[in-house]
Design a protein around this ligand. Sequence first.
Ligand code: NAP
Ligand code: GDD
Length: 377
Amino acid sequence: MKNKVALITGITGQDGSYLAELLLEKGYIVHGIKRRSSLFNTDRIDHLYQDPHDPDQRLKLHYGDLTDSMNLTRIIQEAQPDEIYNLGAMSHVAVSFDTPEYVGNVDGLGTLRILEAVRILGLEKKTRIYQASTSELYGGMPENKNERGFYDESSPFYPRSPYGVAKIYGFWITKNYREAYDMFACNGILFNHESPRRGETFVTRKITRAVAKIALGLQEKVYLGNLEAKRDWGHAKDYVRMMWMILQAEKPEDWVIATGVTTTVRDFVRMAFEVVGIQLEFKGEGVDEKAYVKACSNKDYQVEIGKEVLSIDPSYFRPTEVDLLIGDPTKAKEQLGWVPEHDLRDLVQDMMEGDVQLMKKDVDLLKAGHEILKQAE
Ligand code: NAP
Ligand code: GDD
C-alpha cells in the first residue's frame, strides 16, 4: 500500500515535532517546512532526521515561510499531500502585542495562503487540512461559558490579543473554505498543552526550567507576571494524537480539545517545586507577592528554608489578559473516542524530570571544568 503523505508547517515547534514522530510511526511520508535561521533551529526534530542524504528518509524538510505564497504553493505542489497540518505561527501571546502586523500576516493570512494554494493546485478534493486554532479565541469572557461552566464548540469568541485576533481570521477562513469549496478543512480549538519540548518563554516551561535550576543551586529566584491566571493545561502528546484523529473523521468539523480542569499559575509553581521536594509559602498581594521555601527534602541540593524564590515583575503583565480558560472536550471524546493519557500531575512530573536532567548536564559540565582547572594548576 502507498504511504500517506503529510505536510506540517511549524514542524520545528513543540507540536510539529510530536506530530512528525506520530505520523512517521504510522508510516507516513512527512514533509515539513522550516524557516531559514542564522542558527540551527531543528533541535526538536534532529532525532527524526538522521541522514538527509538517504533517499528512503521519510522525513523531508523544505525551507519556507507562511508569509510567502509562492514558496507555499511550490512546496504543496511538490509534496502533493493527503493531509496538511498548519501548525506554523508566531504563537506567543505576549509577543503578539509587540509584533501585531507580523502576527496578522503569519497566523491570519498564512492560513489563507495554505487554503488558497490547495485550491489553486486543484487539490481541494484530495488534501485534508488541519488548522491549529486556539482557546485564545474565547478570551476568557465569563459570560460566554456554557451552562456547565466550560467553553465548547458553540461558545462565542472574544479574542483579547493580536494573536487571538489573527487566529480568529484563521478559524473563519478555514470554515469559509470548507463551506465555499467543499474542502475537508477543520479547526482544532486546542486549549494550552505543554511538554518537556515547550518553548522556554511560555509560563509552564519558564517555571520548570527555573525550579530545576533553583533546586540545583544554579539560579536564585524566578520572576513571573500574573499568578492568578488560570489555564486548562494538557500534554502535547495527547493533543497531536487528536490532530490526526480530526483528519481521519468522517466529516470535516471543528473540535475543542481540553482537559476540563483549570489551575492557577501559582498552583503550577507549587506543583513544580513539590516534584523536587520543596514546599513553598506565598506571602503578600498583587505585585508584592513573593514565594519562600517552607520545607526542603531535596537530596541533590538543600535550598535554605525561608529563601525567597519567586517575585512578581509587572513587565510580564499583558495589556489585556485572558483570566481563565477551561474547555469541554465532550464532543471529541464521544465522537472520535479521544482519551487523554496524561493529567496535570503527570505533565508537571514529565516537564520537571526533563529540566532537572537538562540542568544537571550544566552542573556536570561545571564540575568537569573545575576538574580541568584544578589539574592545570
Ligand atoms: P511553537 O512551539 O511556537 O511552534 C511554532 C512553529 O511555527 C515553529 O516551528 C516556528 O518555527 C513556526 N513558525 C513561526 N513563524 C513562522 C513563519 N512565519 N512561517 C513558517 N513557520 C513559522 O508552537 P506550538 O506550541 O507547537 O503550537 C503549534 C500551533 O498550535 C501554533 O499555531 C499555535 O499557535 C497553536 N496552538 C498552540 C497551543 C499550545 O498550547 N501549545 C494551543 C492552541 C493552539 P521556528 O522554530 O523557526 O520558530
Ligand atoms: N509567558 C508568561 N511568562 N506567562 C506568564 C508569566 C510569565 O512570566 N507570568 C504569568 N503568566 C501568565 C500569562 O499572563 C497567562 O495568563 C498565562 O501565564 C499563560 O501564559 P503562556 O504560557 O504564555 O500561554 P498563553 O495561555 O498566553 O498562550 C498559550 O496557549 C494558547 C492556548 O490557550 C500559547 O501556546 C498560545 O499559542 C496558545 O494559543
